[in-house]
Design a protein around this ligand. Sequence first.
Ligand code: 1GP
Length: 251
Amino acid sequence: MSGKVYSILTGRKLAGKKSFAVLIDPDKVSQKRLDTLISLSLDSKVDFFFMGGSLVLTNNLNECILQIKGCCKIPVVLFPGNPSQLSPHADALLYLSLISGRNPELLIGQHVISAPAVKQSGLEVISTGYMVIDGGAPTTVSYISNATPIPADKEDIALCTAMAGEMLGKKVIYMDAGSGAKVPISETMIRKVTENISIPLIVGGGIREPETAYRNCKGGADVIVVGNAVEKEAGLIKEIADAVHSVPVSA
Ligand code: 1GP
């Protein structure tokens, strides 16, 4: 557990640099499509690949990661929808605890079950306070987690949840409106949260436009995650990467 990915995350945050993560769902990419995404990500200087999905029905997680590893050095970070989505080939694991929900299984239950396998994998573990925010429609994550998302306009709940997460020792906060959310998380909520925590803030869910990514970074997000939109239109990788990387250094 080298802590290399976390050092990159915190180093970039300290330097006031914003990061862009392309989310790959192993269920949704063919080998050819993944080649295209990797090549566009390299050209666009994408900072991270996040890898995972709520379900992962196929068995090609390892293959996808090895394909990425065979062509580039962009760190691969597991963002698992369930404890079975582990691969020793990744660089790090977002060890998610659903702090916005009240489902004990996702707060600690599944971690107890997965702990030996996680330890054995040798993966860098990044303890993550995962917060689901209402994105205007039921998403897979809200259904699977059986937990009520934080209402989109309840910024105070979001900020208290994030503060509690940091004080409980989480290393990053991930605010997610859910994959394919109708409405991405508001800049106001992002700003309120970021003003009250000092750990990196990851934001995703329903981001489809470079302008949204830019505004979210200006609001205080440290990492922007996009999955659905780049799956549909791979050309967006460059546009969003450029937008994220053009945010003025705030350090
Ligand atoms: C979902 O935050 C991610 O968990 C990304 O969402 O697929 O809507 O970009 P999208």
